[in-house]
Ligand binder design. Structure first.
Ligand code: V55
Ligand code: FE
Length: 509
């Protein structure tokens, strides 16, 4: 009898196409990238960023969602006016097990009940696909359902799971921790911290040596996706939205989250950053919407100032609503204005917190600041927006926003600058790069990936951060097209060296 091996073939029309149209599955190096324009020669460091990129056809085929791809990290290493590129998957237990089997063994996004029985005992089923950051001599790949994975800064090899020198006690870790540039601390949290569907949050701080120094556990009013948060000098603030976790739904083989369309409000959970007790948390009500990413926050005259884009409906249309219906709204009607909240953290929670100001109308996402100003008063943020007067390239997908424009907002002048690269181009998240030599805040560059669909290539654009409307000062050409990815970080050259643990493969040698 002939033994028939099922062929490896990815579904062509699937929910993944709500965002990522395809898979890349590529690992490799490109030495000495082509550069149009000229690079500042004192720019020394690396831009790391990650994309979800299914290594194997997903177990649930067309019903897969884009958040479940395997973390595939790339690095653009800059030195002496040269740029080298490297791309490598994170070696998670999931990636390794599926590679050995040459097929998917893990089921749905954050649903262990759908996994192949032979992988029930793995350490973690995370995909490590959401952010890459630097802290305490380590490059870390993050996903909010698991501890970080350390990545070698030069080779992109996976070093292993991070436990903060055995001081980390939470099974989950946000992909959006905030670094405090004054203290060198990393302010972070884990949610669903006592298991799938638990409303428990563990709010913690890692010091500059990589040890957990603050840790407080408390319960949110309900368990939901807490994808990002705000941190100021003295407070941390958790946005609580209607993307609720349901163990019942998971056990039925469904998604981890559902959208509670009957919820008429959201919450802001405020707790002191230092020395907090569980009973110190205060829950402020805010208007209906869907929190996703924050931009920045600070304290002013005893008030908290919180900036974020807030979606008018469920940010992820592929999660079902409470009736089990997916794609429950028309993505053309959704908006995501940038809002500013200002309220007294010591004030009454009986009073609803309304946004003080709409800073930017329309569809906006992936707002970033000069990270040295996280938690502090700041002048500028850079964000992706959709300019409806220009071509909105959607890649033929159901719900891709088509971010065609990079926007810089200046609070001090009230002025905005924008940049449109051309038709059939979409942008990925911008990242601020400080100018070398102790430059003042917001002096530096913006790096941003542009996906050139006509040429099937991606290009990393480098802007003078304060003059994006003048166009890129350099365009770094890639010979391949990356997928729509998520987040990334600029890491200074000396930190790249500190975070390089391997002995081989240094990109610049
Ligand atoms: C996001 C991304 C995730 C996730 C939860 O962009 C939220 C938001 C790539 O994974 O698991
Ligand atoms: Fe994110």
């Amino acid at each position: 009898m002939v033994h028939v091996v099922p062929s490896t073939i990815f579904p062509r029309v699937y929910q993944m196409s709500a965002w990522n149209h395809d898979v890349m599955r590529f690992e490799g190096d490109v030495y000495e990238l082509e550069v149009i324009g000229s690079l500042p020669t004192d720019l020394h460091g690396a831009f790391y960023r990650v994309q979800p990129d299914h290594a194997f056809p997903p177990m649930f085929g067309e019903d897969e969602i884009p958040l479940n791809g395997d973390g595939n990290i790339c690095c653009f290493y800059f030195e002496n006016g040269h740029v080298d590129f490297k791309n490598r998957y994170v070696r998670t237990p999931k990636f390794e097990a599926e590679r050995a089997a040459r097929r998917a063994l893990f089921g749905r996004y954050r649903n262990k009940y759908t996994d192949d029985p032979r992988v029930r005992d793995v350490l973690t089923r995370t995909t490590a696909n959401t952010h890459v950051i630097y802290h305490a001599n380590k490059i870390m790949a993050l996903k909010e359902d698991a501890p970080p994975f350390e990545i070698d800064a030069s080779t992109l090899e996976t070093v292993g799971l991070v436990n903060y020198n055995n001081t980390f006690h939470c099974p989950t870790h946000t992909a959006h921790p905030k670094a405090d540039s004054d203290t060198g601390e990393l302010v972070a949290f884990g949610y669903e911290a006592k298991g799938d569907g638990s409303p428990d949050i563990c709010s913690f701080t890692v010091d500059k040596e990589g040890y957990v120094t603050e840790e407080v556990w408390f319960k949110a009013p309900w368990a939901c996706m807490i994808h990002d948060f705000w941190a100021t000098e003295n407070y941390v603030i958790f946005p609580i939205n209607g993307l609720k976790a349901s163990v019942e739904q998971m056990q039925k083989g469904g998604e981890h989250f559902y959208w509670d369309e009957n919820l008429d409000h959201q919450l802001l959970g405020v707790i002191p950053r230092r020395g907090a007790k569980p009973e110190d948390v205060k829950w402020f009500k805010t208007s209906r919407g869907c929190y996703s990413h924050t931009i920045n926050a600070y304290e002013e005259d005893g008030n908290l100032v919180l900036d974020a884009n807030v979606w008018t409906d469920c940010v992820f249309p592929f999660f079902p609503n409470s009736q089990g219906k997916k794609f429950h709204y028309d993505p053309k009607n959704i908006r995501s204005p940038v809002l500013r909240y200002r309220f007294d953290p010591k004030g009454s929670t009986e009073v609803m917190v309304h946004p003080q100001q709409v800073i930017q109308e329309g569809v906006n996402e992936f707002g970033r600041v000069d990270d040295r100003l996280l938690g502090k008063k700041y002048d500028r943020y850079w964000i992706l927006t959709v300019d409806p007067t220009k071509q909105i390239y959607s890649n033929g997908t159901a719900a891709q926003a088509g971010f065609n424009t990079l926007l810089c907002h200046n609070f001090k002048t009230g002025k905005k600058q924008t940049y449109y690269h051309g038709n059939d181009v979409t942008f990925q998240e911008p990242c601020f790069v400080p100018r070398s030599g102790g430059a003042s805040p917001e002096e530096g560059y913006i790096v941003i990936l542009a996906d050139l669909y006509r040429e099937s290539r991606s290009q990393l654009l480098l802007f003078d951060a304060q003059n994006i409307d003048k166009g890129p000062i350099a365009q770094i050409k890639l010979p391949l097209k990356l997928l729509d990815g998520l987040h990334g970080s600029w890491v200074d050259g000396k930190d790249v060296d500190l975070a390089s643990k391997g002995t081989t493969g240094k990109v610049d040698q």
